[in-house]
Design a protein. Structure first.
Length: 129
């Protein structure tokens, strides 16, 4: 549960820092100035929080349950693609969201000393017998 929550939080913080607005019909790549609602991520799209949460959750599933790696990845990619297909995000929003979620999941697994994936099988950590 921690991986998707932290992934979403990181994505929201990045949105308020990068400040790129969502796609619109008239303009492309509009960046909001820091003086305009500096503590609000409403209307901002880079990175996609949906993609970050989906990939954060899928990374946790892939690490904890290696047999679920492909279904988890397919669901995360599907979530991200629907955000682009619906016009809510640019593809780059999805890519950065996927990166945020995946890195957050991997860092949490390392920090919490969760056995890592190697060749599709969970390996015990070196400090465990």
């Amino acid at each position: 549960m921690l991986s998707p929550v932290l992934s979403g939080a990181w994505a929201e913080l990045l949105k308020m820092t990068l400040r790129r607005e969502r796609p619109s019909q008239l303009e492309a790549y509009v960046f909001r100035p820091f003086t305009d609602r500096p503590w609000s991520s409403s209307g901002l799209g880079l990175p996609s929080s949906h993609a970050a949460v989906a990939f954060g959750g899928s990374m946790a599933l892939m690490i904890l349950f290696p047999r679920l790696r492909w279904p988890a990845l397919v669901m995360a990619v599907g979530c991200a693609l629907t955000r682009v297909a619906s016009g809510a995000h640019y593809p780059t929003d999805m890519y950065l969201g996927a990166l945020v979620g995946s890195v957050t999941g991997l860092l949490l697994a390392h920090w919490l000393k969760i056995p890592s994936l190697r060749f599709g099988h969970a390996q015990p950590s070196p400090d465990q017998p």
